[in-house]
Ligand binder design. Structure first.
Ligand code: AMP
Length: 598
């Protein structure tokens, strides 16, 4: 495709030659969305025509949409589990994909308590890289001068494991940061980070965070944007500063590195960066020692133009706290992606969080949309759902996203509900509405109703010897604390008041609940410290009846009323909090190792 970089982009005047190409690419893709989608499906189906999976449904080498839609079922992760297990245990035959599976990406979505394993192929890295390469050209349209400074981004890798068949299993960002695409990326003045690769690639979260924060402080005046992948991650960094600023200021004053940072690669690289800077240390001391952390981000990094963090979906709960710490800086949600596939980007990244829409890039995968109607009966094999194509979605309507990827997922339900907000050229733009079946989420954890129910059941077994039972419960994601934590409200029936469960017993109930929760939750508690200890708040008898009265007074039907299993409406939370008789916390971290339980 010939690109005339002199041509002004309909999105706005590009900042440089490279940006012009990227913006032109976005234009091409979004204008020709349907033909791109047709080509993507054709490519995927023709290269995978010999796979066991497509063969099973008798596609017979067809690559057109009609045959594909008529023959290939819409599936969930659970449907694919037998195939995924075989790949994990070392079967290298062409099961889902004709290209060799290079690794598994471990999703934060779980199945039976463990991270979902998403098979991926080498070339997907390039596809992800392509989407990343579009982000700055779009941002440069709105924020000039980003080549004059650096980005302070808190980026982390996580533990990886091997499947029984020897494939690496790790989160998608860990895979990306460890790839040469990231490690040996060419210099780009618009994409200079304060964090050295050595810090990002250190698996110890304390040492990594400490070094990244230290570098951010040392280069405070150069920092033009501050970010993390998700809002929760940025708040964790601020909390880290709260807890560690004295040591950080000491290191800056003396030009030495905290002995707790032992990673040789970090020590080597920091020895070149550190030198005594007493004035800077004093400034940090002055800003951080006060009680008031209002606007701390702009006080420490005065040239910050925006925060680069996802605050859509479950992360919206952090917007007020981020506004507080940043003195109201704009928050840019730049992209929408998952382990299964990177989907698209926000073409107006400086818009308000409530107005964020993502434009799906049609070259990333083949996208279909299942009209989302909560009142419709569940899908069955006999009445296949009618899915619509990317160009056929209607403004205002909600859909569940279904993808067919180069790595071999076919008509796979991601579980995200999206609403069409408009179009860029012929390509629809979507607001992220929510992920299905998520009750509680603090970081990337996603706890559903049945997981919570099981956890409550398991914990309440500890109450049996005290002749006590849990009569009602609900939950709340408390994000006022950093890190946030799960709060579970319990109403108890104590049959023998003289034998009521003691404080320690209820503390143990908190831990018993945590032990029951999925591995992403436990990893966040143990390895990432991104979720605080679970809390049980015992409420007065009759509280849940009051809750029901309140709901009925607001129009709920008496016959159909069920206690909500999660609350976030302020008056309800306040009512519950005003009836608390005792609060209990998990006394220790639950069990977690990178190895899967099954
Ligand atoms: P994972 O599989 O762990 O990579 O998580 C991917 C999921 O995170 C997506 O399916 C969404 O539910 C959520 N997610 C990713 N990007 C965004 C975004 N920009 N806004 C809201 N939710 C997002």
């Amino acid at each position: 495709m010939a690109i005339d970089s002199a041509m002004p982009s309909p999105l706005g005047p590009p900042a440089c030659e490279k940006d012009a190409k990227a913006l032109q690419f976005i234009e091409e893709m979004t204008r020709n969305v349907d033909s791109v989608q047709e080509r993507v499906l054709r490519e995927i189906l023709s290269r995978n025509s010999e796979t066991e999976y497509l063969g099973r449904f008798g596609l017979g080498g067809a690559t057109d949409r009609d045959s594909f839609k008529a023959k290939i079922p819409v599936v969930t992760y659970e449907d694919l589990q037998p195939e995924i297990r075989r790949i994990a245990s070392g079967d290298r035959s062409n099961i889902l994909c004709s290209h060799p599976i290079s690794e598994f990406l471990t999703s934060s979505g779980t199945s039976a308590g463990e991270r979902k394993l998403m098979p991926t192929i080498q070339e997907e890295l390039d596809r992800r890289q392509l989407l990343y390469s579009l982000l700055m050209p779009v941002m440069n349209l709105y924020v000039p001068g980003l080549d004059k400074g650096k980005g302070l981004y808190f980026l982390f890798i996580k533990a990886e494991t091997k499947t029984p068949g020897g494939l690496v299993a790790r989160p998608v960002l860990t895979s990306y940061y460890k790839s040469d695409l990231f490690k040996t990326r060419p210099y780009d003045p618009y994409n200079v980070y304060t964090s050295p690769n050595e810090a990002i690639l250190c698996a110890d979260s304390f040492q990594s965070m400490y070094t990244q924060m230290l570098c951010g402080l040392l280069m405070r005046e150069e920092v033009l944007r501050v970010g993390a992948v998700f809002a929760s991650g940025l708040l964790r960094a601020i909390k880290f500063l709260q807890l560690n600023w004295q040591q950080l200021a000491h290191d800056i004053a003396t030009g030495s590195l905290n002995p707790k940072v032992t990673d040789p690669a970090i020590r080597e690289c920091m020895s070149k960066i550190l030198s005594p800077k007493p004035d800077l240390a004093e400034l940090i001391q002055k800003e951080c020692s006060g009680e008031n952390w209002d606007g701390i981000i702009t006080r420490i990094w005065p040239n910050t133009k925006y925060l680069d963090v996802i605050v859509t979906g479950a992360m919206a709960q952090y917007i007020p706290t981020l506004e507080y710490y940043s003195g109201g800086l704009p928050m840019a949600c730049t992209m929408y992606a998952s382990s299964e596939c990177y989907f698209g980007l926000n073409l107006k990244p400086m818009c308000k969080p409530s107005e964020v829409s993502y434009t799906i890039m049609p070259n990333m995968a083949y996208f279909e949309f299942l009209p989302h109607d909560p009142s419709a009966p569940p899908l069955s094999r006999d009445s296949p759902p009618r899915l619509v194509d990317l160009v056929d979605v209607e403004a205002g309507k909600e859909y569940e996203l279904v993808i067919t990827t180069y790595a071999g997922l076919c008509r796979y339900r991601v579980g995200d509900i999206l609403q069409v907000t408009g179009f860029h050229n012929a390509t629809p733009q979507f607001r992220f509405v929510r992920r299905k079946n998520v009750l509680l989420s603090i970081d990337s954890d996603k706890t559903d109703e049945s997981e919570l129910q099981k956890a409550v059941e398991s914990a309440s077994a500890l109450l049996r010897e005290f002749n006590t039972s849990v009569v009602e419960y609900t939950s709340y994601a408390d994000t006022k604390t950093i890190p946030g934590h799960y709060v579970i409200y319990w109403e108890l029936l104590v049959k023998e008041p003289t034998n009521a469960p003691a404080h320690e017993v209820l503390n143990r109930c908190c831990l018993a609940m945590e032990e029951c929760l999925n591995s992403v939750y436990r990893q966040s508690r143990v390895a990432d410290n991104s979720i605080g200890p679970l809390e049980i708040r015992v409420v007065k008898n009759g509280t849940f009846e009051e809750l029901m009265d309140y709901a009925i007074s607001r129009g709920a039907s008496i016959n159909q009323y069920k206690a909500p299993r999660c609350v976030n409406f302020t008056p309800i939370v306040e009512l519950l909090n005003s009836r608390v008789v005792s609060a209990h916390f998990s006394p220790s971290a639950p069990h977690w190792t990178p190895e899967r339980r099954h």
